[in-house]
Design a protein around this ligand. Sequence first.
Ligand code: PEP
Ligand code: MN
Length: 337
Amino acid sequence: MLIIMQPQASEANIENVVSFIEKQGFTAHISKGEVQTVIGCVGGKTIDKRNIELLAGVREVVKITSSYKLASRTFKPDDTVLEVKDAKFGGRYAGIIAGPCTIESEAQMEEAAEKLAAIGVKTIRGGAFKPRTSPYSFQGMGEDGLKIIKKVADKYGLAVISEVMEIAQIPLMEKYVDILQVGARNMQNFNLLKELGQINKPVLIKRGLSATIEEWLMSAEYVLSGGNEQVMLCERGIRTFEPMTRNTLDLSAIPVVKKLSHLPVIVDPSHATGLRDKVAPMSKAAIAAGCDGLEIEVHPHPECAICDGAQSLTPDDFDKLYSDINKIAEIVGKELK
Ligand code: PEP
Ligand code: MN
């Protein structure tokens, strides 16, 4: 249920409505827009909406039948903009995340950070806990890796994103990382999502391998309903019958989600295609389609990468791509951050 306040409603009116619905067992989530305030009510028992509509300052009470409420544009008509150090995602900004698939050594991350920062990147990626399909593949450097990525990021003034695979890792991630990534394979790990609803750091939720857009938005709802409003979504390709690319990048998810939701939509063209030569065209297309950021795998020496070398760009390839997407961003009214 959403309570839409009148544009002239006072703070006292809003507080009064919140205390009324909390007494009925609801949790209130407040969205203050440019024009009006909307109060999202989650939980609680069935209530006659007329009792709320009679309260001072209330314009309308809307029952939401969709399975996600706080993620919807009805709750929050304005775009959510997430700011992390110098990076910005959403609204007028497209945040660019780049870096290796996995953290391998300090020398590798130092070289990556130096080159990416010189190009203009504000957020560096690198996995310390890797969700590998085979148990025999490299599983990540763990805390040693997190220490490395934080050290090089601090040196070059970059924000850090890295994947959290389980609840027990959250305190460690909070110590070293600015944005916690939920991998495609964990998109429906509901216990993990609930815990991420309790933290005060942005969470990027990758779309599951075979997840519908509605299922993906419900995963975001888990984090939002826990009280963490800093959520972004990442389209990283879905499973289809087509084996020529690792996955099939669902570019249409960008306008679809942006109409349904206020959350930033990021695109990962690397895991979507699995092949380096497909990354630039898909990145350009995603920016042209209005995404709020890209997450791209870049390795200083892709031929030696422990993980995902074939889909990783060299810093030189990435430099060229960055200047191309900068031009496209300008045409669609976005600024790279
Ligand atoms: C990653 O970004 O490192 C990753 C494992 O991606 P995904 O969860 O999309 O497969
Ligand atoms: Mn990877």
